[in-house]
Design a binder for this molecule. Structure first.
Ligand code: SAH
Ligand code: SF4
Length: 411
């Protein structure tokens, strides 16, 4: 099993709602597809289809790769190392399209949120996903979506209450990184000559913490991250890419072997009883199996730790006994614990823990030897914080959307 849901935990769903949802739509490729996000092999194949002789393909792929991912060009005509004829031929059959930005919001803290429009199975029913850029003093993190909606239905997560619509393609995932570089004018900084500090680039880190469960879209995420990490292209080291999962155990094992990024696990509870309620996938892959997979994740060390995410829910999972149980549970795993203040959304019955309680909880974790940063909610004014994605777009009126769209086009 990877993304197939045949014979899923729905069989075991005698205890409540189904664990997993099924995609409602397939991706339908446009007549003129984009080259953004193709692997080198797929790019070579695409060139073959338009008649580029086999002996030339490797070199052409290398050249196009450079234009796409080092120079960030958006037009075949700018690919000046290719002959005019080849550029025209490419233009006839392909595009360099990124996902379409329909709105851009900039928070007072500098966080930017892009609302992206992706094609739907029916041309008149496109889908929206969001992508968030979070600037910090020592890094700039891009929070990327992997699905329209989410396969799972964690009870505290707004995305989880929505229907799953479809998986993103590798092109749509890579496209988010590419469009962030476009919008932030980051290409020149990112391509700074050898010897200069590559961390001056604005997009220095990528986290798969947007909409969706990345490990239910395994192949696309794997292939996209290979492009993002490619040293001759976007060149983000795997240590700067973090994949966050709610615990799809078999695919955590695969991710260790086939992706090799950093791993974050949405833990949120220390007993199976509570986790079954918060993260229903736990009924399929209980804590013991999840922690075993974490323990065996390849390459862990003090410099390469697993991040355990823990959302702070008032009176639900935030007792000091929970904090002590948490450190016992992860004993022996090189880890840091990321405490996330719960971000409420319309209709939720959960509340965020009191600040004092979060501090006490954090102290216990810290005293046990774990870094336990409390994730400062970023971009709250534009509803870009964890678990708020998508709700924002539903809240915008048509008029607000139009205004934002106009803003995105003019600045
Ligand atoms: N599906 C993946 C990645 C996306 S969610 C996962 O679950 O790991 C990124 C993080 O935000 C997860 O830890 C998720 O549990 C958390 N989250 C979801 N809804 C939230 C909310 N309303 N408030 C705070 N954190 C939330
Ligand atoms: Fe999906 Fe993650 Fe939200 Fe759970 S927390 S519903 S896995 S996006």
């Amino acid at each position: 099993m990877t993304t197939s849901l045949a014979g899923t935990g729905n069989d075991a769903a005698t205890m409540g709602a189904p664990i997993e949802k099924r995609p409602l739509e397939r991706y339908v490729a446009p007549a003129k597809p984009s080259l953004v996000g193709l692997s080198r092999a797929a790019l070579a194949e695409a060139l073959g289809r338009i008649g580029v002789p086999e002996r030339q393909r490797r070199m052409r792929v290398q050249q196009i790769w450079h234009w796409l991912y080092v120079r960030g060009v958006q037009d075949f005509d700018a690919m000046t190392t290719l002959s005019k004829e080849l550029r025209a031929e490419l233009d006839r059959h392909f595009t360099l399209a990124r996902p379409e930005i329909v709105a851009e919001q900039v928070s007072v803290d500098g966080t930017r949120k892009w609302l992206l429009r992706l094609p739907g199975e029916a041309a008149d029913r496109p889908h929206d996903v969001e992508c968030v850029y979070i600037p910090e003093t020592d890094r700039g993190t891009l929070c990327v979506s992997s699905q329209v909606g989410c396969t799972l239905n964690c009870s505290f997560c707004h995305t989880g209450t929505q229907r799953l619509v479809r998986n993103l393609t590798p092109g749509e995932i890579v496209g988010q990184v590419v469009l962030a570089r476009d919008r932030l004018n980051d290409w020149q900084r990112a391509a700074a000559p050898a010897g200069t500090d590559p961390e001056k680039r604005l997009v220095s880190n990528v986290v798969l913490m947007g909409m969706g469960e990345p490990l239910y879209n395994f192949e696309a995420v794997r292939d996209a991250l290979a492009v993002v990490a490619d040293g001759d292209g976007l060149s983000l080291s795997k240590r700067r890419i973090t994949l966050s999962s709610s615990g799809v155990v078999p695919n955590i094992v695969r991710a260790g072997a086939e992706i090799g990024s950093m791993l974050a696990i949405s833990l949120h509870a220390v007993t199976d009883e509570l986790r079954n309620e918060l993260v229903p996938l736990n009924r399929k892959y209980p804590l013991r199996e999840l922690l075993e997979a974490c323990r065996n994740y390849p390459g862990l060390s003090n410099a390469r730790r697993i991040t355990f995410e823990y959302v702070m829910l008032k009176g639900v999972n935030d007792s000091l006994a929970d904090a002590r149980a948490l450190v016992r549970l992860i004993k022996g795993i090189p880890a840091k614990i990321n405490l996330i203040p719960f971000n409420p959304w319309p209709g939720t019955t959960y509340e965020c823990s009191d600040w004092e309680q979060i501090e006490k909880f954090s102290e216990i974790v810290f005293d046990a030897g774990y870094a336990s940063p409390v994730r400062t909610p970023r971009g709250r004014d534009i509803l870009a914080a964890c678990g708020q994605l998508k709700s924002a777009t539903e809240k915008l009126s048509a008029r607000e959307r139009l205004a934002l769209r106009a803003m995105a086009m003019t600045d």
